[in-house]
Design a protein around this ligand. Structure first.
Ligand code: UDP
Ligand code: MG
Length: 335
C-alpha cells in the first residue's frame, strides 16, 4: 500500500486570515489593438484590490504572448518595464489559446491564478467576488455568463447547443463557462498531472474536483480588434471537447451498425417473403443500389471517427511538449 503523507492533505491554507498572492494570466494573440486599454484597466483593478487588502502587494498580471505577429510582445515588454503590475512570457510560436493559457497556469506562481481573455470581454467587475469566494475556501471559482446577448445569433445557438450535446454525452461541463476562472494552488498542481496533448481546459478543470463556486457575469463585446477564434478554430476546439472527453461517437457507430444490420435482416426476410408468397416483380435498382451507398457511407463515417481517436493515441504516444517559452519579461520575483 502506498504511504500517505498527511501534510499533503491538511486542506487549503486559510486565506481568510492571510492575504494571498493572486496573479492574472492573459493569453494574447495579435492583441495590439486592445492591450493598452486592458493594461490600464487591469492596473486600476490591481491597485484597488491591493488597497482593499484582498490580494497581496506582489500580485501581478502575466501576459502570455502566443507567438503574435504584430506589436503585442513589444507592448508587453514596455508594460513590464514601466510597471511592477505586469510581466510577460512569450511562446516560440503560435500554439493556440488553450496551450498559451496552460503555459501561463504552469509557469506563474502565487496562491491563486485568474485566467481571462485579453480583449476585455470578461467583466473585471466580478474579480473581487471571485477572490472573496476563494478566500472563503473555494479552490476553483468559475465565472459563468448570465446571458449570451453580446453574441451573434449563430454563436449563441451553436454554443448553447454544444454545451447541451456534451452534457448529453456525459461530459461534465459548467454551463456557459469558458476559460474565465480562478484556480488555487492545489488544483493548479493537480492540473500539472494531466499530460494530454489535446487540451480542453474547461472539460479538465471539473475533473480536478476541490471545493468550487460560481460567480455570474455579463460578457461584453470585444473592446477592439477581431476575434482570434474563426469558425475553423472554434470547430476544432468543439471537436477537441467531444473527442477528448467522450467515447460516445464511437459507441454511436456501434449503435448505427446494429440498427443498419437489423434493418438489412428485416429486408432480407421481406424479400424472401415476396419471393415465396407473391409473384410481384423482382426488386429493382433502388433496393440494390441505395443500401449499398448507405452502408458505404456508414462505413466511411465509422472509419473516420475511429481514425480521429486513433490519431489522438498517435499524438499522445509522441509525448511532445505542448508549448515552448522563448523569453520572459518583468519582475518574476513573486513566482
Ligand atoms: N488567443 C491566443 N491564441 C490564439 C487565439 C486566441 O492566445 O491562437 C487569445 C486571444 O488573444 C484572446 C483569447 O485567446 O485573449 C480569446 O480569443 P478571442 O477573444 O479572439 O476569442 P472569442 O472571444 O472571439 O471566442
Ligand atoms: Mg474574445
Amino acid at each position: 500500500m502506498q504511504l500517505i503523507d498527511r501534510r499533503t492533505f491538511v486542506g487549503a491554507p486559510d486565506f481568510a486570515a492571510q492575504v494571498p498572492v493572486v496573479n492574472f494570466v492573459l493569453p494574447c494573440y495579435n492583441e495590439e489593438a486592445v492591450l493598452p486599454e486592458t493594461a490600464t484597466r487591469l492596473s486600476a483593478l490591481l491597485d484597488e484590490l491591493k488597497r482593499e487588502g484582498l490580494i497581496a502587494p506582489s500580485s501581478a498580471a502575466y501576459f502570455v504572448d502566443d507567438g503574435s505577429r504584430d506589436r503585442t510582445w513589444e507592448l508587453i515588454r514596455s508594460l513590464a518595464a514601466s510597471s511592477p503590475h505586469f510581466c510577460g512570457i512569450r511562446l516560440s510560436r503560435n500554439r493556440g489559446h488553450q496551450n498559451a493559457l496552460l503555459c501561463g497556469l504552469m509557469s506563474v506562481g502565487g496562491d491563486a491564478l485568474i485566467s481571462l481573455d485579453a480583449d476585455l470581454q470578461d467583466d473585471l467587475g466580478i474579480v473581487a467576488d471571485m477572490i472573496r469566494a476563494f478566500r472563503a475556501g473555494h479552490e476553483v471559482v468559475y465565472a459563468v455568463r448570465r446571458r449570451r446577448d453580446s453574441d451573434r445569433w449563430f454563436k449563441r445557438v451553436t454554443a448553447e447547443g454544444y454545451y447541451r450535446l456534451l452534457a448529453a454525452m456525459g461530459v461534465n461541463l459548467v454551463f456557459n463557462h469558458a476559460d474565465y476562472r480562478l484556480l488555487a494552488r492545489r488544483p493548479l498542481e493537480a492540473l500539472r498531472g494531466y499530460q494530454e496533448p489535446h487540451l480542453f481546459l474547461r472539460g479538465l478543470v471539473p475533473l480536478l474536483g476541490y471545493r468550487s463556486a460560481t460567480v455570474e457575469f455579463d460578457r461584453a463585446e470585444r473592446f477592439a480588434g477581431e476575434s482570434k477564434y474563426p469558425l475553423g478554430k472554434m470547430l476544432a476546439l468543439a471537436w477537441q471537447g467531444v473527442s477528448s472527453f467522450s467515447a460516445y461517437p464511437l459507441r454511436l457507430i456501434t449503435g448505427a451498425g446494429v440498427v443498419v444490420s437489423l434493418v438489412s435482416l428485416a429486408m432480407a426476410v421481406w424479400a424472401l417473403a415476396v419471393r415465396l408468397f407473391t409473384d410481384a416483380a423482382l426488386p429493382g435498382w433502388a433496393s440494390t443500389v441505395i443500401p449499398m451507398y448507405f452502408l458505404g457511407g456508414i462505413q466511411l463515417l465509422g472509419l473516420g471517427v475511429i481514425g480521429e481517436y486513433l490519431a489522438k493515441v498517435f499524438e499522445a504516444g509522441k509525448q511532445r511538449p505542448r508549448y515552448q517559452v522563448e523569453s520572459v519579461c518583468g519582475d518574476w520575483g513573486a513566482s
